[in-house]
Design a binder for this molecule. Structure first.
Ligand code: UDP
Ligand code: MN
Length: 247
């Protein structure tokens, strides 16, 4: 059987949330054997996301965990607790099911742009696979540099000293590796900004072991797009609409 792709998506409430989730669901719905793990950054599951999930039309697990207030600051990594909640759910679900069904884990932020070909590529991940990411790191793209089928370095414009100079959208991990490294998590303590990916990958793999995808890392199949902040300057304070509409 095709390995199941588990996509962990942290998400938080803001004006564009439903638009982002709609766009992402429209992509993920076209991927066979995909299980979406949607983790709300919130103290409880919101009605908006709950309704959305119910109508999304794809297998979905809806979790929530709030980011502690002290970590909601510019310059600190985002969505650490949410990605860990997704990892914990995956491990919990498979701990009593030996041998585990083949699976592949991927971290899918809610605002990026994903080609369908990307899922095709990551599906064959044996341990940890990597590929280029577009529109990130102050460049048109970043990518792992590949020689003779092996990753030998990183084409990046930002902190090239990172052991794995790669964005969250640039790698996938087999379920087997996640289960055989039960302590691998995203760390708050001692983690510098921008080091989340490296700190995590260090716990489960080595650069030599990485499997290059996307034609030896020469094709951009995912883009680190970011959505403009919405202008709500003309929201009414009085004379509200006569109906209450979810946006
Ligand atoms: N996110 C979150 N809580 C926050 C900020 C972000 O759960 O307080 C989620 C967001 O929905 C996205 C991921 O974390 O799925 C990465 O956030 P963002 O896209 O803002 O980061 P960047 O594009 O700067 O890497
Ligand atoms: Mn983003």
């Amino acid at each position: 059987a095709l390995p199941t792709i588990y996509a962990i998506t942290p998400t938080y409430s803001r004006p564009v949330q439903k638009a982002e989730l709609t766009r992402l669901a429209n992509t993920l719905r076209q991927v066979s054997r995909l299980h979406w793990i949607l983790v709300e950054d919130a103290a409880a599951r919101s009605e908006l996301v709950s309704r959305f999930v119910a109508a999304a039309g794809l297998p979905c697990t809806h979790l929530h965990v709030p980011t502690p207030r002290r970590y909601k600051r510019p310059g600190l990594p985002r969505a650490t607790e949410q990605r860990n909640a997704g990892l914990a759910w995956l491990r919990q679900r498979h701990q009593h099911l030996p041998p585990p069904q083949p699976g592949v884990l991927f971290f899918a932020d809610d605002d990026n742009t994903y080609s369908l070909e990307l899922f095709h590529e990551m599906r064959t991940t044996r341990k940890v696979s990597v590929w280029p990411v577009g529109l990130v790191g102050g460049r048109r793209y970043e990518r792992p540099v590949v020689e003779n089928g092996k990753v030998v370095g990183w084409y990046t414009g930002w902190r090239a000293d990172r052991p794995f100079a790669i964005d969250m959208a640039g790698f996938a991990v087999s379920l087997q590796v996640i289960l055989s490294h039960p302590k691998a998590v995203f760390k708050r303590r001692g983690s510098q900004p921008g080091m989340q990916e490296s700190d995590f990958l260090k716990q489960i793999t080595t650069v030599e072991e990485l499997e290059p995808k996307a034609n030896n890392c020469t094709k951009v199949l995912v883009w680190h797009t970011r959505t403009e902040k919405v202008n709500l300057a003309n929201e009414p304070k009085y004379h509200l609409d006569t109906v209450n509409i979810e946006v």
